[in-house]
Design a protein around this ligand. Structure first.
Ligand SMILES: C[S@@+](CC[C@H](N)C(=O)[O-])C[C@H]1O[C@@H](n2cnc3c(N)ncnc32)[C@H](O)[C@@H]1O
Length: 235
């Protein structure tokens, strides 16, 4: 079975309301930079579309496109748009390499909790940079690995089991280097601790197994688990 097929099968069963970024946080980040009222925006791996919808509502003159591999996620996003009567948003089923970017670029790209699924993160980063107009704003959210060992390998090992079909995770240093290579800069990074004592049972079992195998305690590893949102600008 292909990597894409496994992602599609997994997200077909994800429950309604499973959203991996707070829409109000995305709106606040976009508002922190001045944006044309008729801005063009793209949400790659938009899932159920909640962040895309929130932005489309706040900027009613803008055009928002959300793409996702999963037909079920896109259907949920389309239903939510219809229920909220948001008309300046389009949700499309697409694997990002097959989605033709507007030649003049868009003003905002969201890529929240998707980079971990990319077999070729360099190609993905280049696509992000090609998709942005000059001074365009990227919002990329991901789990951050610690930069150093042993935290780096421990978190990688746990996260690959927590998030089905993920390929690899990155540290803050990896991600900012990757984005710098393709011309993005002026990073703003917001981080939140991922609380390990409040996980679903299946994840607690995975974590306990990895703790036992490495002779570490929950208190040892808690400081290694972060989720971060990078805001960056194409220079
Ligand atoms: C963890 S969810 C994040 C959803 C949303 N961005 C959020 O933050 O709530 C990851 C989404 O990325 C989508 N995805 C993964 N690989 C993709 C690809 N190659 N092209 C488009 N969407 C992809 C999945 O189908 C899934 O809906």
């Amino acid at each position: 079975m292909s990597h894409q097929r496994r992602i599609i099968d997994h997200y077909a069963t994800v429950v309604e309301g499973a959203v991996f970024v707070r829409p109000e946080d995305v709106v606040a980040l976009v508002r922190a930079r001045s944006l044309r009222s008729d801005a063009r925006m793209l949400d790659i791996g938009c899932g159920q579309g909640q962040a895309a919808l929130a932005l489309a509502e706040v900027y009613p003159q803008s055009e928002m496109i959300g793409i996702d591999l999963s037909p079920e996620q896109i259907e949920r996003a389309q239903q939510a748009a219809a229920a909220r009567d948001v008309r300046n948003v389009q949700f499309l089923v697409a694997d990002w390499p097959n989605f033709a970017l507007p030649p003049s670029g868009v003003d905002v790209i969201l890529a929240t909790q998707v980079i971990q699924f990319m077999p070729d993160e360099h190609a993905f980063a280049e696509y992000l940079a090609q998709g942005l107009a000059k001074d365009g704003h990227l919002i990329l959210r991901s789990v951050f690995l610690p930069d150093e060992e042993p935290g780096r390998s421990f978190v990688q090992q746990v996260m690959l089991q927590f998030i089905a079909q993920s390929v690899r995770f990155y540290s803050e240093r990896d991600l900012t280097e990757l984005l710098r290579e393709v011309g993005l800069g002026r990073f703003r990074i917001d981080k939140e601790e991922m609380w390990l004592d409040d996980l679903p049972a299946q994840r607690t079992a995975i974590l306990n197994h990895e703790l036992a195998a490495s002779n570490l305690s929950l208190d040892d590893v808690q400081p290694w688990f972060w989720v971060g949102t990078i805001s960056a600008v194409l220079r």
